[in-house]
Every structure is written in C-alpha cells, then in structure tokens.
Design a protein around this ligand. Structure first.
Ligand code: SF4
Length: 485
C-alpha cells in the first residue's frame, strides 16, 4: 500500500522506495533527529491554528484510523487533525482537515521556512485520495514557518505560520498523480531492484540515505569524496565517466581539488607555507582566549526575542593563557532561557580588548551579536569581544597548512585528527555520550525530561565535550607556532 511519504519518496526516486521496502538495512543514518523533533513540535502546535480540533489517534491498524475519521465526519462542521483515508490501496492522513457543511479544506503543515516543490506533490496525492472518495475538497494549503517571526509574549500562531493556497497547482497535478501511482505500484510488486542511476535526486530536496549503497560500485576514492566541489559538477564528471582520482587529475580542475587528489593518491608529505602561517599568527595578540559555543535551535520559539531556527547558545568553553593554560566554562540549566546568564558569564570571563580565537568564527560572532542586541546593558562589552575575534580556521581554509588526512576539509573534525593522529585525549570517539554538536544540541534540548541522576551524567559529558573543542583549538594553535619556528 502507498502512503504520502512513500509516494513522495517514490516520485523523487523509485529505487529509494524499492530499497526502503526490500533492503532497508543498507540505509545510512543521516542524523536527522533534530529535524524530526522540530517537525513533531510544529505539527502539535499547528493543530490549534484553525481553532479547536479533534485528533484521530495513531493506530498501527490503519483501518481503525479510517473508521475513527468516518465517525468524526458525521459532524456538519469540524476540524480534524490526522483525518485518515484509504482509496484503492492508497492511504493518507491529512495534517488538518476542515469540514464546513459538505465542503473541505486540507492543510499540510511543514516545519521548513519555505515551500518546496515536493510539498505540492504531497498534497496532490492527498487530494487524489480524498477526491476519489467523493469528498468535495475546495481548497488546499501548505502551512510553513515564518522565519521573520520574533516571539514577544504569547505565541501568535497566525504570525508564526504562513498559510499558502496551492489549490491550483494541486488540481493541475491530478493526472500526473494517477499515472505516478500506477508506475510506483508496478515497481513495488517487482522483487528485482530498479536500475536507476545516481543523479541530483540523490541530494535534492534531501540527501538520500541510500547514497553509499548506490555508489558502492565506484572505485574509492572518487569524485564524490572531493570537498568543496558542487554536486552538479561532481555529477557531470561522473556522467562523463571521469570519476577516479587518476582520471580527474588529467582534467583541468581547480588547484584545491588537485591538491586533495595528489596528496591522497601519492601519499604526499604535509604542506606548510610557513610565511602564510606566520602572517596569520602575527595578527594575534596575547593574552589569547579560545572560545566555543554550543547552541540549539527551535522551530517554534519558546522564549521572547527568538525567531524560528535562531541559534540559541546554552554552553561555552573557554581556554586562556594566564601563567599557564586555564579553563572556564558555562552550561545552562535545562528548560530555562539560557541567554541572559550565559551573556553575563561571558562578559565576566572574557576581559575587554582581548584577542579571542574561534574556529569558523562566523558562528561565534553571530551568537555574540544576537546577545548584544538582546541585552543593551551588556552590548558594549559583547561587541568588544565580537570585534576582537579571530579565526583559527584561516590557515587551513587557505590551505597554508595541509595534510592528506584532512581530505580536502578545513573543519576542525578533520583538521584535529590529521594533525594529532595518535593522541587519545584529542579523539572525540573516546568521549562518552556526546561526540559532536548535534548530539550536544539534541541532548540538551531533551535534558529537562531526564531524571536528576541522568541530568548530572549528561551535564558532565556535555562539559567534557565542549572543553575538548577549545582544548583542540589550543593544541592546533600551539602546533602552528611550532611549525613556523
Ligand atoms: S541514492 Fe540516489 S539513486 Fe540511490 S536510491 Fe537514493 S536517490 Fe535513488
């Protein structure tokens, strides 16, 4: 049986639909937990968008959901969430269905901040099911997040959400839906894997979790391992049958790609442009501070002054030199707005006119700028910190210092193990519970639901993780100083 998500997956790539059915174990984990959680939160909040609604509860026996829906549809006027229908082996649950006498309106709720083409297909499939069951659907809407909304006081659903009428597009697609359903069902009953080549559908609108499986026949490393090359360009080389590193080297490719390929292919020694590294080091002044934030994002802002998906800092780590290496840190209490306390601690911990190093500083700078505009009494100090931030990433971004293990990346998660391959205390894999920024974010946002003991354990591990981020920066800085001696 098809559902709306299967239909959408299938029209993006029929092989994806087939693999989900016959071979789900080869799917990679793309770490989309926070996307999923935001989707659930948005869906729950949107239920009251049109007023009081009645929900059809999830039941693994979908026929029960259809029956519950039918019972609710006996009312003349009603708003139902998750109203469920089945037509000719096609099932769908409508996010919000409004019944007004014998006329219906369908609302599809999305947690994104724009309308993607695939949403039109999603609603078109739902319209196909409902209209074939004889329901008179007059209007179809996509409800999505208004990124410009700033919360002030109570949540204003009519400002948080944008409702877009897509009825015309949905009607236009009805013939296409019918032929798509026939086409997809044909593949679903066939046990032979569809022969579909990789293409833009593997990346747009979402990265496909079967990409590693579908490219397993390609000799490694290959064009898809190159960093900073557009997907479009990679596919072009692939279609031209030029995808191994040896073949790519014969092409007129950008120096940065050539460098990555040559280093890996010929096992080259590290490259250091001492003059450039020294030039960077000369821009820094002592005493040096090393700063790193952890942040979370909310599709539905919980606190005043927050827009959807704004980065909200909840933790920082700070290493600095003062008669040797010292460390300070801050980690907010779960479940409360962390920003004021964090900003107050930050201005206490970082003196004015101090050189602060961050890795990929645009992130830290944006967080500090937002804090400065939120707290005018702290803004002079915060903006002073802001203007004194320097980026430790520069020598790696510019490739003044390059080691083959960086694999074309300048991210600290590649640079650190490349520079310190055998140092266990710099290896994120050796940490407990939290190994990367998304794990830190997801754990912190769920922390308030944990027991006291679990919270304590998590806090300990969050602190260790963030401390490693700035300790890693210290080690990288010291390495830069060492290599230019
Ligand atoms: S990786 Fe590409 S070709 Fe393979 S299933 Fe996904 S979208 Fe289809």
């Amino acid at each position: 049986m098809l559902s709306k998500s299967k239909y959408c997956n299938g029209i993006e790539c029929v092989k994806k639909l087939w693999l989900e059915k016959y071979y789900p174990e080869v799917m990679s984990d793309l770490n989309n937990d926070s996307v999923f959680e935001n989707g659930v939160t948005v869906g729950n909040i949107a239920k009251e968008l049109l007023g009081k609604s009645f929900e059809v509860k999830f039941d693994s026996n979908l026929d029960n959901m259809v029956k519950d829906t039918l019972a609710l549809l006996s009312f003349k006027n009603i708003i139902i969430t998750e109203a469920s229908f089945k037509y000719d082996d096609n099932f769908c649950s409508v996010d919000i269905l409004k019944k007004d006498n014998e006329e219906y309106e369908m609302y599809e709720v999305k947690s994104s901040t724009s309308v993607k083409d695939i949403y039109i297909d999603d609603v078109s499939y739902q319209y196909y099911v409902l209209s074939n069951l004889g329901l008179n659907v007059k209007k179809c809407f996509v409800v999505y997040i208004n990124s410009k909304y700033v919360r002030k006081g109570d949540l204003e659903l009519n400002k948080l959400f944008i409702t877009k009428d897509i009825t015309d597009e949905v009607l236009e697609k009805q013939d296409e839906v019918k032929s798509n359903i026939n086409f997809l069902n044909k593949y679903l009953i066939d046990e032979k894997e569809p022969e579909i080549d990789i293409g833009m559908q593997c990346f747009v609108p979402y990265d496909c979790p079967f990409f590693n499986y579908c490219t397993q026949f390609l000799k490694k490393p290959n064009v898809f391992d190159l960093r900073r090359m557009t997907k479009k360009k990679k596919l072009k080389y692939y279609y031209d049958n030029i995808y191994t590193y040896n073949e790519l080297l014969k092409e007129d490719i950008d120096d940065k790609f050539k460098q990555q390929i040559e280093f890996e292919l010929y096992d080259k020694e590290e490259y250091i442009n001492k003059e450039e590294v020294k030039k960077f080091l000369d821009t820094l002044t002592e005493p040096l501070y090393f700063l790193d934030f952890e942040t979370f994002q909310q599709a539905v802002p919980k606190y005043d002054g927050i827009s959807p998906y704004m980065q909200i800092p909840f933790q920082y780590s700070l290493h600095y030199y003062e008669n040797g290496l010292k460390h300070k840190e801050f980690l907010a209490i779960a479940g409360v707005d962390p920003r004021r306390e964090l900003a107050e601690n930050l201005v206490k911990d970082i003196p004015m006119d101090t050189c602060v190093l961050a890795y990929n500083m645009s992130f830290e700078k944006t967080v500090i700028k937002n804090l400065a505009s939120l707290f005018p009494d702290l803004s002079a100090h915060l903006l002073n910190i802001y203007s004194n931030i320097k980026d430790l990433m520069i020598p790696f971004y510019n490739r003044s210092y390059y080691v083959k293990e960086m694999k074309g990346s300048y991210s600290i998660k590649y640079v650190l193990p490349a520079l310190f391959p055998n140092e266990a205390d710099l290896d994120y894999h050796n940490l407990d519970m939290i190994h990367n920024g998304s794990e830190a974010m997801n754990s912190f946002t769920n922390m308030e639901n944990l027991s006291k003991e679990e919270q304590e354990m998590l806090r300990k591990n969050l602190l260790k993780y963030c401390e490693l981020d700035t300790y890693a920066m210290v080690k990288i800085y010291e390495k830069l100083k060492e290599v230019v001696k």
